[in-house]
Design a protein around this ligand. Structure first.
Ligand code: AQP
Length: 340
């Protein structure tokens, strides 16, 4: 009997440069990435997934700008390009090469069931790009081209990670190997799903046409305060425990954001703030958000003054990433039967 292989403990995660970073990306993803890096138990690889961004139309100059700005966001939030590998996906071609192999492993039915595909393609699936449909196979390749063992993400990515596990399992089974690990999704923290400020049942999203629905990491203090002030809520005061927020999704969202920004759990926050009116709480929330986010946005603008330095950093990241991804792709090609 063959022994189960042990995989290098390795964390991978990515963010699309499809717009500016939101508070949802920051709390649901970025702060978790920094935790993993600082824990030092795993190799950490973080990626600007520019190939994912073009599954919907992007203006080339805007995409370049957003990729650099996202890189500045990673750095400003605390990702250290020495301790972590920081890359943009298109500079590591093995992602796309493995994605093709996975396109041939994944089944049409699996892809058709993805809620993100149904949401984004909507009723007009005929007009959506083939890339949007195949998106989860590329995401599986992003993760598995490094044989990543752990992937920290927001709650919305859960289904894509299950699909990544299905692809790894099917590949290993079809070829009688144990080449890929069955990656663990890591969805943790007080803000795994930050909701729109205008609709507490809808995810805060960088491509939402309504800017007031989200906090952008580049928003200034006045804008942050105004957006929280105008966030949808109800006239009741804050309750003393979390269950009482079950029927109040808009208020629950603001409390979750407060707890995540303050590094405390929702129960502790509510025990302290019970009975406060929402107008007052929104002001406190705005002050806390400005305190936490303005050093990040200031650092992002400083870094964006030297885009050539960002490009150099990304080229160096790609070199380090390829030292891992090239041998893994070769292993895959050998297993699949490619002559090389
Ligand atoms: N609202 C959110 N709450 C918590 N986590 C979130 N993430 C995104 N939105 C929230 C997490 O951020 C990481 C990167 O996501 P992404 O930007 O690559 O893709 P997305 O999930 O599709 O995010 P958007 O903002 O909705 O982008 P668009 O509008 O371009 O589709 C992931 O870990 C995600 O879970």
């Amino acid at each position: 009997m063959s022994e189960t292989p042990t995989f290098t403990p390795r964390v991978f995660s990515g963010i699309q440069p499809s717009g500016g970073l939101t508070l949802g990306n920051y709390l649901g993803a970025m702060t978790r990435f920094v935790d993993w890096q600082d824990r030092g138990t795993h190799e950490t690889i973080f990626c600007m997934v520019d190939l994912h961004a073009i599954t919907v139309p992007q203006k080339p100059e805007t995409l370049r700008h957003n990729t650099r700005e996202l890189c500045a966001g990673f750095l400003a939030a605390g990702i250290d390009p020495e301790r972590s590998i920081l890359i943009n996906q298109s500079q590591v071609p093995e992602h796309a090469q493995l994605a093709w192999v996975f396109n041939c492993v994944a089944r049409m039915g699996w892809m058709g069931r993805m809620t993100q595909w149904k949401d984004k393609a909507g009723k007009n699936a005929e007009a959506a790009s083939l890339g949007l449909f195949a998106y989860p196979a590329l995401m599986a390749a992003d993760i598995l081209i490094y044989k990543s063992t752990h992937v920290p993400v927001g709650d919305d990515q859960k289904q894509h990670l299950e699909l990544t596990r299905d692809i790894a399992t099917k590949f290993n089974h079809d070829f009688g190997v144990e080449l890929f690990p069955i990656t663990e999704p890591v969805i943790e923290g007080a803000a795994t799903r930050v909701m729109s400020l205008k609709d507490g049942t809808k995810k805060m999203s960088k491509s939402d046409p309504v800017d007031a629905s989200r906090i952008n990491l580049t928003d200034d203090a006045d804008t942050i305060a105004r957006k929280f002030k105008k966030a949808k809520t109800d006239p009741d005061p804050l309750p003393g425990h979390a269950e009482a927020l079950d029927a109040r999704p808009d208020v629950r969202n603001l409390v979750n954001i407060y707890a995540a920004l303050d590094g405390r759990d929702v129960g502790t926050v509510l025990a302290e703030k019970e009975g406060k009116m929402l107008g007052y709480f929104k002001q406190e929330l705005a002050d806390l958000a400005v305190e936490k986010l303005s050093p990040i946005s200031q650092e992002m603008s400083r870094l964006m003054r030297d885009p050539a330095e960002i490009d150099r950093m990304l080229a160096r990241g790609a070199e380090r990433a390829r030292a891992i991804s090239v041998p893994i792709l070769e292993e895959v090609y050998d297993v699949v039967g490619m002559v090389r």
